[in-house]
Design a protein. Structure first.
Length: 168
């Protein structure tokens, strides 16, 4: 990687040297002006690439990829089972349906949620809609949707810990 950075820096020096050799703005021909703009774009691209290689982050991002895992949460219910539960009215396939016991366990876990939290959770986890899509459907902010899902997951986790029927 260090060799690549050295090559990029050398190319950047060469481009800057060529740019200094161009006449001022008023003295350039249209062809020279076009070439100068291309050199400026090349310089900008090289600077962007160098910043990424030296810092290890996409230029302009506030947080690096290493911070993203902090926002992931464990799901109290298997997502595949929940999607089958949520999507059940849309298709009829006997090999993918849940047993009555599994259906009852999902309903028991969802029973602690308010109607709005339940709807938002089903849209997110069952129908695989993004927070932005859910926010657009409900007319609320994306952060509100995220908070509702976090609250719902906490309630469901608490229900799972305290209920004797949801063990296993």
């Amino acid at each position: 990687m260090q060799d690549l950075i050295k090559e990029y820096k050398e190319t950047l020096r060469k481009i800057r040297k060529v740019k200094r050799g161009y006449p001022s703005v008023n003295e350039r021909s249209p062809e020279q002006d076009c070439d100068y703009k291309i050199l400026c774009q090349m310089e900008s691209d090289l600077l962007w690439s160098l910043e990424w290689m030296e810092t290890g982050r996409c230029p302009g991002n506030r947080r690096g990829i290493e911070r993203r895992a902090a926002y992931q949460r464990e799901r109290p219910i298997d997502p595949i089972h929940f999607q089958r539960y949520a999507m059940q009215p849309l298709y009829k396939q006997n090999k993918h349906t849940l047993s009555d016991y599994d259906m009852w366990r999902v309903e028991e876990a969802l029973s602690v949620l308010s109607n709005l939290e339940r709807d938002v959770y089903i849209m997110s986890r069952g129908h695989c809609l993004s927070y932005a899509e859910i926010a657009g459907l409900l007319g609320v902010a994306k952060g509100t949707v995220q908070k509702m899902i976090e609250r719902a997951e906490k309630k469901m986790a608490r229900q799972k810990e305290t209920s004797l029927f949801l063990v296993g």
